[in-house]
Design a protein around this ligand. Structure first.
Ligand SMILES: Cc1ncc(COP(=O)(O)O)c(C=O)c1O
Length: 420
C-alpha cells in the first residue's frame, strides 16, 4: 500500500499546476501519465552533458551509449526479460508493432492465419490486418458485451494448426479488462502460434513478467508509465534473432540493434531509465509487504515488482470507491467489469456514459472544472463498434493512476452529479 501519497505526488511537478482555480485532476492516465521531476532532470541532463550519436570514441558518445545500455537494462528489469538484448526501443508501440508485423509477415505464406481481438486498441489490430495484403487470413476474436471480457471459447474455436500468431492486449485501454495472458499463451502455443501482447494499458497498473506469462513478444509505451513519449518491444531472444528486420546495411544485425531503425531518441531513453528508477524507489519505500509474492526476484527486479504490486493495492480500493460513486449517479451506464469482487481482472479505468449527454459534452463539462478525462474511442474502435456506441460518440474514460487521490475522485463524482 501507499499510506501517504503526498511524498509521491510531490515528485510530479504537473500535479501542482492549477486549472479552474484548483490543482488539475489528471484522470487521463490511459492516454499518457505525468512524469516525476527526475525524468525531466534526466532528459535535460542528457541533452546538456552527454548529447551525442551512438558509437563514437569521444566522451559524450561513450557516456551517451552507457545511458542507452542502462535504459535497456532497466526495461529488461521492468519486464523480467532474460536479457537487455531482448528489448528494443522505438518511437511508440504503434510504430514498433507495424515494424514487427512486417518482419514477421515476411516469414508468412498465403493461407497462414492470425488472430486479433475486438477488445484491442487498433495498434494491435491494423498492423496484423495489413498482412491480409500477403494473403494472410486474419480472424477476429469477440468479447462478451455484458462485461467486456474476452471470449476464450471464441479464441479456442478460431485457433487451428494454421494459426501463426495471436495478437492480444494485456488490458483494454477502453474498458480496463485484463486478459488471462498466461492462459492465452498456452492456447496459442498448443497450435504452435506465437503470442504478441500489447501491454501498453496494463503497464502502469501491475507487475509484468514476460517469462512467467510465457508470451513471445510484448510491447508497451513508457509514456503510459511515468516516462517520456516512446515505445518498447520485448521478444524472446531466439525469435528476435530469427526474424528478418527491415534495416539498413550498416546497422547491427543482432537484436536489439536490427530493430532500432535510425537514431533513437537518446534523451527519451535517459527519461525512461529515470522513470524506472522512480518506480524502483517506490517499490523499496512502499512495497516491502509484497516481497513474499516475488520469491526469486532480487535487486531492482524485486523493487519493480514490489512497486507495481503496491500501486495495484493502492489503486484497487480507490477504484472501488470511484465505481460505487459512478453507479449511484442517475442515468449513468458503466461498461466493463463492474463487480468489485472481480476487480482483480481489470485496471482502474472507468468507461461510462450519461443519459442525454454525449461523451464529449461530459468531458467538456469536467474539463471546465479542471478534470481531465477522454471521450470517444481512444483508438479502441472495435470496442465502441462492438458495444454499438461508436455512432453516438463512444464513452467517457476516466482512468486512475497511483498519484490520484480520493479527494479527486469525490470531486469528479460531485461534478458528474451536478451534470446528471
Ligand atoms: C492499449 C493500447 N495499445 C496501443 C496504444 C498505442 O500506443 P502508442 O501511442 O505508443 O503507439 C495505446 C495508446 O493509447 C493503448 O492504450
Amino acid at each position: 500500500m501507499i499510506p501517504d501519497l503526498s511524498p509521491v505526488r510531490a515528485q510530479f511537478p504537473a500535479l501542482a499546476l492549477t486549472d479552474a482555480g484548483r490543482p488539475a485532476v489528471y484522470f487521463d492516465g490511459p492516454g499518457g501519465t505525468q512524469v516525476p521531476q527526475r525524468v525531466v532532470d534526466a532528459m535535460s541532463r542528457y541533452l546538456i552533458h552527454t548529447n551525442a550519436n551512438h558509437g563514437g570514441a569521444f566522451r559524450t558518445s561513450r557516456e551517451s551509449d552507457a545511458i542507452l545500455v542502462a535504459a535497456h537494462e532497466a526495461m529488461a528489469d521492468f519486464l523480467n526479460a532474460a536479457s537487455a538484448q531482448e528489448v528494443a526501443f522505438g518511437a511508440n508501440m504503434t510504430t514498433l508493432t507495424f515494424a514487427f508485423s512486417r518482419a514477421i509477415g515476411r516469414g508468412l505464406a498465403a493461407g497462414d492465419e492470425i488472430l486479433v481481438t475486438r477488445l484491442d486498441h487498433d495498434a494491435n489490430r491494423a498492423p496484423w490486418l495489413a498482412l491480409q495484403e500477403r494473403g494472410v487470413i486474419v480472424h477476429e476474436v469477440d468479447f462478451e458485451p455484458a462485461d467486456c471480457t474476452l471470449r476464450l471459447d471464441d479464441l479456442a474455436a478460431k485457433l487451428n494448426p494454421r494459426t501463426r500468431l495471436v495478437a492480444v492486449g494485456y488490458a483494454s485501454n477502453a474498458v480496463g479488462t485484463i486478459n488471462p495472458i498466461a492462459r492465452i499463451a498456452e492456447m496459442a502455443h498448443s497450435v504452435g502460434a506465437w503470442l504478441w501482447v500489447d501491454a501498453v494499458h496494463y503497464a502502469p497498473h501491475g507487475p509484468i513478467d514476460v517469462q512467467a506469462l510465457g508470451c513471445d513478444f510484448l510491447v508497451c509505451s513508457p509514456y503510459k508509465f511515468f516516462g517520456p513519449h516512446s515505445g518498447t518491444a520485448w521478444g524472446r531472444r531466439e525469435l528476435l534473432e530469427q526474424l528478418r528486420a527491415y534495416k539498413v546495411r550498416p546497422a547491427g544485425n543482432l537484436p536489439p540493434d536490427k530493430f532500432e531503425t535510425g537514431t533513437q531518441s537518446h534523451e527519451t531513453q535517459a527519461g525512461v531509465l529515470a522513470a524506472i528508477e522512480y518506480l524502483a524507489e517506490l517499490g523499496k519505500t512502499y512495497g516491502q509487504g509484497f516481497a513474499a509474492e516475488f520469491g526469486g526476484f532480487t535487486g531492482r527486479r524485486l523493487a519493480l515488482k514490489q512497486a507495481m504490486a503496491a500501486i495495484r493495492a493502492y489503486e484497487r480500493p480507490l477504484f472501488e470507491h470511484f465505481v460505487a460513486g459512478l453507479r449511484a449517479i442517475p442515468g449513468l451506464s458503466f461498461y466493463g467489469i463492474s463487480d468489485p469482487a472481480r476487480f482483480g481482472n481489470r485496471t482502474p479505468t472507468a468507461a461510462f456514459r450519461l443519459v442525454g449527454r454525449s461523451p464529449d459534452e461530459v468531458a467538456e463539462h469536467l474539463a471546465r472544472r479542471g478534470i481531465y478525462v477522454w471521450s470517444g474511442n481512444f483508438y479502441a474502435l472495435a470496442v465502441t463498434e462492438r458495444l454499438g456506441l461508436e455512432e453516438t460518440g463512444g464513452v467517457v474514460r476516466a482512468g486512475l493512476a497511483h498519484y490520484n487521490t480520493q479527494e479527486e475522485v469525490d470531486y469528479c463524482l460531485a461534478c458528474l452529479h451536478e451534470m446528471a
